[in-house]
Design a protein around this ligand. Structure first.
Ligand SMILES: *Cc1c(COP(=O)(O)O)cnc(C)c1O
Length: 357
């Protein structure tokens, strides 16, 4: 027996999720927070980690971590929380739990690629609904697709990745109301979105769940995501979660970092200011179309994205090339907002590269 004979054809057709090698480069490709915790906090965290019982299995539900998350983010008391090894794992848990034969997962396009990939992993049908060319939500197309596809599970990233914009809230609410299945609003970029959130709507729609992550807030290395929603949903989804999915060190470190969430939020506020500066500077360059962003990255279009991407990388800066990923992303690149000196390096590389066109 060969792998080709046994592995499912839809898996054979995939290529593994590609992570670019950033060795020696200014890393502006993955929406990471460029800042670490202040030195004094890092040492204190080191002491806590030294005391952590890594000989024991972790608390299976991460109860103390859940309390720290509630203190930091003010989730409504009547909503329950499910912790994941990154929000990627929670997307997978949702799909596994809802993947009846023939069930459909629906998302807008372009959006976060894991929605489509995980539909494939779990055997769900996938339906993509294109955004408008300006990346706004096509509400009529969405409502029509909800009726036609009857998705068991719909994902909406708010703000959206890789486009950076936040969809109109009233349209979002109408879509949640019209959806025949579960709607998960993915707020991975909440820290940069000026308070935009559907959290206030959790009690109003019994088919709405809220997905968050601490990755973009400065804790990407910990792998911690959370799903917030009605106890009746969380109870069932929890059955699909593997025991001990959030490890001891992550639970200790995330609790500590969340007790200092104002430090992380101050870093996010600096990045929002940097985002404004970077957008204004990019807008002055000839041959660059900059799209508005409510996240910690900026989508932009140039005449020849593959060439500009390679040229910027040759000048020492790694960003993300989105050309070829979706027709609406033709000649589009995405840059993560970094620290001022990193953004300056990117701007210099972009400016120099555009001059050679
Ligand atoms: C980055 C990102 C995630 C993944 O977050 P992890 O918690 O690191 O797995 C989820 N959704 C969107 C829209 C993202 O951009």
């Amino acid at each position: 027996m060969t792998p080709e004979q046994l592995i499912r054809p839809e898996i054979l057709a995939l290529s593994a999720y590609h992570v670019a090698d950033a060795t020696g480069l200014v890393k502006l490709d993955a929406m990471e927070n460029p800042y670490r915790l202040p030195e004094a906090l890092r040492w204190e965290l080191g002491g806590l980690l030294a005391d952590a019982s890594i000989n024991r299995y972790p608390d299976p539900r991460g109860r103390e971590l859940q309390q720290a998350l509630r203190r930091a983010f003010d989730f409504p008391a009547e909503q329950d929380i499910l912790l994941g090894n990154g929000s990627d794992e929670l997307i997978q848990i949702l799909a596994m739990a809802l993947a009846r034969p023939g069930a459909t997962l629906l998302a807008v396009e372009p959006s976060f690629v894991m929605y489509r990939l995980i539909a494939g992993f779990t055997g769900m049908r996938y339906a993509g609904v294109p955004l408008r060319p300006d990346f706004s939500l096509d509400e009529a197309a969405m409502l029509e697709a909800l009726e036609r596809e009857e998705p068991a599970l719909t994902f909406l990233a708010y703000p959206n990745n890789p486009t950076g914009n936040a969809f109109a809230r009233d349209a979002l609410d109408r879509i949640i109301r019209a959806a025949p299945g579960l709607v998960v609003v993915d707020e991975a970029y909440h820290a940069f979105a000026g308070g935009l959130s559907v959290m206030d709507a959790l009690g109003r729609h019994d088919n709405l769940l809220l997905l968050r992550t601490v990755s973009k807030l400065g804790l990407a290395g910990l792998r911690l995501g959370l799903l917030v929603g009605a106890p009746a949903w969380i109870r069932e989804l929890d059955k699909v979660r593997l025991p001990y999915n959030v490890n001891v060190l992550t639970q200790v470190a995330a609790r500590y970092a969340l007790d200092h969430v104002d430090t992380l939020q101050a870093q996010a506020a600096m990045l929002v200011e940097e985002r404004g500066r970077l957008m204004r500077a990019m807008s002055t360059l000839d041959g660059v179309q900059v799209f508005d962003s409510a996240a910690n990255f900026i989508l932009f279009r140039v005449a020849d994205a593959p060439r500009v991407f390679a040229g910027i990388q040759a000048r020492g800066v790694l960003i993300k090339n989105l050309h070829g990923g979706h027709p609406l992303l033709d000649n589009c690149l995405r840059v993560t907002v970094g620290a001022p000196e990193e953004n300056a390096a990117f701007l210099a590389a972009l400016g120099a590269e555009l001059k050679t066109e």
